[in-house]
Design a protein. Structure first.
Length: 315
């Protein structure tokens, strides 16, 4: 019998597809956030859920929990005279501010994406309020000298042109609701600037990722710049609009200093007062925080559901 020697065939190395490489890179970029969330946020979140369904009593070096079910939530919705009003007044100003921030971010990204002399200087000036913070930028841009303080005391911020602009809109016959909307946007311009930093970067990346061939084809077909924006630019950056909207909603709901009609600041102060001042009722305060988180998730879910139907993905 002849013995056939077995020759080991070299193993073929599996090559990763481009889609798989992108998934792995996405996970690598998310890994620091996942580690931070797991180390610093999971435990407090679990504690909040436990406290929300319990009566919390502080002992000497220990925390005693007595399970009470939905009593804390029942207290919020039926006994607390301010909670229902705070929850209701949180939604409308937040959605209005989200609309303002997203539209402003898109326009700003289109402006600074254009090719013109001094583009780097314009980008630097635009990002000053984002880097310095809204309060510092407002102090430096508006000024705290004697003349400015006197002017602002007598005629308010409208003395710098905002009031004249609103009166002009009213004189041309625009509805009162629309002029009030514009007035709110002008009054909160520094808050809009501080919250538009990340959305502008998202839109800027989306605009730069649009293939130039699409605009060339649209130009050959005789499309005007206005038509190119609605037929090419807007559909191509629709995923960025969804991402920026979700990010802005989360940012507005989680900023203590955010100017969402002042409602979220009042809400957080109310939580602090109940939890640490008015009898240190940690159970009710935790229930308020849990309701706040659920409300935020509901708003994000609704926005994502409706906007995802209008998103166009280019392959």
């Amino acid at each position: 019998m002849t013995k056939v020697s077995s020759v080991k065939q070299p193993r073929k190395r599996r090559r990763l597809t481009m889609a798989r490489k992108r998934e792995m890179m996405g996970f690598v970029y998310l890994l620091p956030w996942l580690l931070g969330f797991g180390l610093f946020f999971v435990r407090p979140l679990v504690d909040i859920v436990m406290y929300a369904f319990s009566v919390v009593e502080l002992g000497l070096g220990e925390i005693n929990l007595t399970f009470v079910g939905l009593d804390n939530f029942r207290h919020l919705f039926t006994v607390d005279p301010f909670f229902n009003q705070l929850i209701i007044t949180l939604a409308y100003p937040a959605l209005v501010m989200v609309f303002i921030v997203v539209i402003f971010s898109l326009l700003a990204a289109m402006l600074i994406d254009g090719k013109f002399p001094g583009r780097s200087i314009v980008r630097t000036i635009f990002f000053i309020p984002i880097i310095m913070g809204a309060n510092i930028a407002a102090a430096n841009l508006v000024g705290y000298d004697d003349a400015t303080s006197e002017l602002m005391t007598n005629v308010g911020f409208g003395g710098f042109g905002g009031g004249f602009f609103i009166r002009t809109l009213a004189m041309v016959g625009l509805p009162v609701g629309l002029t009030g909307f514009v007035d709110q946007a002008i009054a909160g311009i520094f808050d809009v600037l501080s919250q538009a930093g990340v959305p502008v970067l998202i839109f800027l990346a989306g605009l730069q990722a649009i293939p130039s061939s699409l605009y060339e084809v649209a130009k050959i077909e005789g499309a005007t710049p206005y038509e190119s924006f609605w037929k090419v630019t807007l559909p191509m950056i629709s995923p960025m609009i969804l991402l920026s909207t979700v990010y802005t909603v989360i940012d507005l709901f989680t900023r203590h200093e955010a100017n969402v009609g002042g409602s979220n600041i009042v809400f957080f102060d109310r939580v602090h007062s109940i939890g640490f001042e008015a009898g240190t009722n940690f159970g009710v305060a935790s229930a308020m925080v849990l309701v706040y988180i659920v409300a935020c998730l509901v708003v994000i879910g609704v926005v994502t559901y409706f906007m995802s139907k209008m998103v166009f993905y280019y392959d």
